[in-house]
Design a protein. Structure first.
Length: 555
């Protein structure tokens, strides 16, 4: 029995995932596990540093921004824009041709990456002051030191990113999706083992350990699939040239997407100590449902949308966009109201370590509440953006993303500095900008293909009504159980409260879905039945999905 278990487990790790649903499901489950491990990581950080050393934790989170942005610009831009399709094309010629392309691309982009890393490493103090000019001099020095350590981690991420692309081109998704779990495990190891003697540097070294694990976990499968790296400076390789041509628009779009983090660091480090940490904790909670629903469904729908446009099936494209948006809204609306109503219990469970004070818990809860409002809008942005990409329109997402970033910056300054809302103002600015971006993309897409028809608007209205009623049925039992039944100062009772209220809310939402005849309920039930037959799901058709970027694991 034990032998069969390990043999079947090994087959699952190596098995080819070719169905859109199976690939998205594998990625979704693995990233959910990574997200939960990320909560453990941040709880440990709160327990270790939120007792008079909050400023060090702010600096730690600030140190991620520049390395991550550079990684997005050079590596993710290359991978998502061209490497997977170009590598897949070379793969048809044979493993040798594919390995030559991959080796040349890895060498050329890694060398370019190392040049930029060296510049940032040597001028780290200037870059530290650039992103956080309000820090005290000693904290600016600390930021530059941590920044240098984080740069080392990005070297491993660069190599790992290419291995992920190689493996996914062979329709294997599980090992790349497990890599962020290994990454978080490395950080947790650094926090537990190294911080007692090295302080915040222990957590930073944990990032390097985690990035190394992110790489090595993928090497055996990449080799088994036939990939062999050879140093190659073949700048003129046609595949490398194609990647170079396709990188700029995608890379620029990704960098614009990073603007939110620069704004958060720039503004939050000027507020009281711990503000950036609180914002990052709240951001982690709201991004979890966005990634699980918006990113997963957006990725799963992209190949279908592209195929429908290529076949000039405009009516099918319209229906796919509407169906994907409604699926995302059906899942993200209740997730938003659950997080909004249960914000304080969730924050207490996730980060409520002994050293995390009640005032910080309440402030994190308020920040989560305002960010949770943007869960549906951020989720549908993922689908809408891919709908534009399917029509070969990269300019519209770039333009709306740029306007959203500018709006976020202006509102953040007004709400935090002028109106004095602090970190809560930063969250409100992000939510308002997200709403603007979602509405803009929806209106602009509607000009290309009629999305906002009664067949879309009417179900969406019913979902909003169901969500509002669900919110009432979440709030009432939470207040009753908290006030009269359970002593929620104890963690176990807090967990019982949260799970009980969530269960009530989900049951209410599902029953209202049935009463209102929402078709998405039937789709979710069918999906659940198919997921229950997971061994068969991991066997079927021919799509390659891109996984969420590395930055989702670091925030």
């Amino acid at each position: 029995m034990v032998t069969n278990f390990f043999r079947n487990g090994r087959l699952l790790l190596l098995r080819r995932q070719t169905n859109i649903l199976s690939a998205a499901f594998v990625i979704m489950v693995a990233y959910a596990a990574s997200g939960l491990l990320g909560l453990v990581r941040n709880r440990l950080l709160a327990a270790t540093f939120f007792s008079g050393r909050e400023a060090e934790l702010d600096v730690y989170f600030a140190a991620f921004v520049i390395p991550d942005t550079l990684f997005q610009l050079l590596v993710i831009g290359a991978l998502s824009a061209a490497f997977i399709p170009v590598f897949s094309h070379e793969l048809k010629k044979g493993e040798e041709a594919a390995s030559r392309l991959a080796s040349a691309a890895i060498t050329v982009i890694t060398i370019a990456f190392l040049v930029f890393i060296t510049i940032i490493f040597l001028a780290s103090k200037h870059f530290a002051f650039l992103i956080a000019p309000s820090l005290e001099p000693d904290k600016t020095v600390l930021l530059s030191q941590l920044l240098r350590i984080m740069l080392i981690a990005q070297i491993f991420f660069t190599l790992s990113g290419f291995l992920t692309a190689v493996i996914q081109s062979h329709q294997r998704f599980l090992i790349p999706a497990l890599a962020p779990i290994a990454y978080n495990f490395g950080i947790i190891t650094g926090i537990i083992v190294l911080t007692p003697s090295m302080g915040i540097f222990g957590a930073a070294i944990g990032v390097v350990i985690g990035s190394f694990l992110h790489l090595v976990i993928q090497i055996p499968l990449a080799r088994k699939l036939g990939f062999r790296y050879r140093f190659s400076l073949d700048f003129r390789h046609p595949g490398v040239q194609e990647i170079r041509k396709l990188m700029p628009p995608r890379s620029l779009t990704l960098v614009i997407g990073q603007a939110e983090r620069f704004i958060a660091v720039f503004i939050a480090t000027a507020l009281h100590a711990g503000s950036l940490t609180i914002f990052n904790f709240a951001r982690q909670l709201y991004l979890l449902p966005v990634t699980l629903f918006g990113t997963a469904i957006g990725q799963a729908s992209f190949p279908t949308l592209s195929a429908e446009i290529a076949s000039e099936k405009r009516e099918e494209f319209q229906k796919t966009v509407q169906s994907s948006l409604l699926q995302v809204l059906y899942l993200s609306l209740p997730a938003a109201v659950i997080l909004l109503i249960l914000r304080v219990p969730v924050v207490r469970i996730a980060f409520g370590a002994r050293n995390f004070p009640w005032e910080a818990t309440l402030l994190t809860g308020k920040t989560v509440a305002l960010l949770s409002i943007s869960i549906p809008t951020q989720s549908i942005v993922g689908v809408l953006t891919r709908a534009f990409y399917a029509t070969h329109d990269t300019k519209t997402p770039l333009a709306t993303g740029t306007i959203s970033a500018i709006t976020t910056a202006i509102l953040s300054i007004v709400l935090t500095r002028v109106m004095g809302f602090g970190v809560v103002g930063l969250a409100l600015a992000l939510s308002l900008a997200s709403l603007l971006q979602a509405i803009s993309l929806l209106i602009l897409l509607n000009r290309k293909v009629k999305v906002m028809t009664p067949s879309f608007l009417f179900p969406m209205g019913k979902m909003i009504v169901a969500t509002m009623v669900t919110g009432v049925f979440l709030w009432l039992p939470m207040r009753l159980i908290d006030s009269f039944i359970l002593d929620t100062t104890k963690t176990i009772n807090l967990i019982i409260l949260t799970t009980s209220v969530v269960a009530i809310g989900v049951l209410v939402y599902l029953n209202l879905s049935a009463v209102l005849h929402l078709e998405q309920l039937t789709e979710v039930i069918a999906l659940g039945r198919r997921i229950g037959n997971w061994k068969e799901i991991l066997k079927k058709s021919e799509e390659v999905l891109e996984t969420p970027g590395i930055e989702e694991s670091t925030s």
